[in-house]
Design a protein around this ligand. Structure first.
Ligand code: KG4
Ligand code: ZN
Length: 363
């Protein structure tokens, strides 16, 4: 690829010769990252993996709220409308142009096929037009890598709980770009349970942030909801029984003519989810002897979950890491970070890159 700085008139500082700084800058790796796997159209510019120069997120949440969840067709149409502006804004805010980019990273799975295809096609077009290498990124890998952005000292190996709307994975991060899933949900993802319970208690979509907020007014010990264990694996999760228990509780209140205390139900449900996520994660920390533990994904922005993990990791003597909430929910900066490490490992995708809705981690 052409030296991106050479067209600015003999060095970036504009003085003709290359200063030491300019030489260092020349070696920097710039990633333009694109994320469109669900209902956020996002783009970011990331330097050398951990420095986020821009992180633009267009959230479609309001569009989908009236339907009580993400409508894939509507999401796709909105992505295609917004993606040019979002990518342009990411470059502008970083003070960069496409030709300055070393590589283009894009989420190619898992996620909704239509939304994924918009990001992948757009990234391929940019890569083709600019002659810039293309790197496809796994969405969950992105969530895990969000931890590197603000914790410059964090390096593998470590364990990470990824809890989002579509996934609840306990992952062993063996090295950059090397993952082993040691636990997963057998049914609903944690975020999915939050969304379904929120709908049932009349909070609407998106459920997670609403339950988080309402729970602060409720008593988490008011109702005892079950904490499911999966017999064959101490690290797997199951949330569908908990969701049913909440629905049964609501039905029985209705039949008895008892008033439902929304905040108590929210807080008690939230505590059940948090207890299970923490307990199973800490079992893995003890069994495998992890010294570092991280959380990631939309549910990782839950305030009660974060507090519980801080305390649990302190007790286990493990260092705890979590991204700021803005890097927990879907964003492109995390894809830029993951894309950087994949790029450094030599990963390049061709123009035949396709969206893979059910892509598994480590494939
Ligand atoms: O990671 P994410 O933005 O998208 C997926 O990859 O799925 O996660 C979205 C999920 C939704 O289910 C949402 O309700 C949940 O994360 N979530 C939360 C919170 N904020 C978002 N769950 C609990 N507490 C929160 N504060
Ligand atoms: Zn996500």
């Amino acid at each position: 690829m052409e030296d991106p700085w050479m067209d600015s008139g003999g060095g970036r500082n504009g003085k003709g010769g290359m200063s030491g700084l300019a030489k260092m800058e020349e070696k920097a790796t710039w990633i333009l990252a694109i994320e469109s796997s669900c209902d956020e159209t996002a783009a970011a510019v990331v330097k050398d993996g951990r420095e986020v120069l821009s992180n633009v997120i267009y959230s479609q949440i309001e569009l989908h709220t009236i339907y009580g969840g993400v409508v894939p067709e509507i999401a796709s149409r909105k992505h295609i409308e917004k993606i040019n502006q979002v990518v342009q804004a990411a470059l502008d805010q970083a003070g960069k142009k496409l030709e300055h980019m070393t590589a283009i990273a894009v989420t190619y799975g898992p996620g909704l096929v239509g939304p994924l295809l918009i990001g992948v096609s757009f990234a391929k077009a940019l890569s083709f037009a600019g002659g810039i290498p293309l790197v496809g990124v796994h969405h969950i890998e992105g969530h895990i890598n969000a931890n590197y952005i603000e914790h410059k000292e964090l390096e593998p190996p470590f364990a990470c709980l990824v809890a989002s709307g579509g996934h609840s994975h306990l992952v062993m991060v063996k090295d950059y770009g090397e993952y082993e899933v040691i636990g997963r949900t057998r049914d609903d993802a944690a975020g999915e349970a939050f969304d379904k319970v929120a709908r049932a208690i009349g909070l609407g979509y998106p459920g997670g942030p609403k339950i988080d907020k309402v729970s602060k007014q409720g008593n988490p010990d008011a109702i005892h909801f079950p904490r499911a264990k999966v017999v064959e694996s101490a690290y797997d999760f199951s949330f569908s029984g908990l969701k049913s228990a909440v629905l049964n509780y609501l039905n029985s209140c209705q039949m008895k003519g008892e008033e439902v205390n929304q905040a108590d139900v929210a807080a008690s449900f939230q505590k059940a989810v948090v207890d299970v996520l923490v307990e199973h994660s800490m079992a893995a920390v003890r069994e495998y002897g992890f010294r570092k533990f991280a959380i990631a994904g939309g549910v990782a922005s839950n305030s009660s979950l974060r507090e519980a993990f801080v305390e649990a990791c302190r007790k286990e003597g493990a260092a705890f890491y979590s991204p700021s909430p803005i890097f927990c929910t879907d964003n492109a900066a995390m894809i830029g970070t993951a894309g950087y490490y994949e790029f450094k490992k030599g990963v390049r995708h061709g123009y035949d890159l396709n969206a893979v809705p059910n892509l598994r981690l480590g494939e």
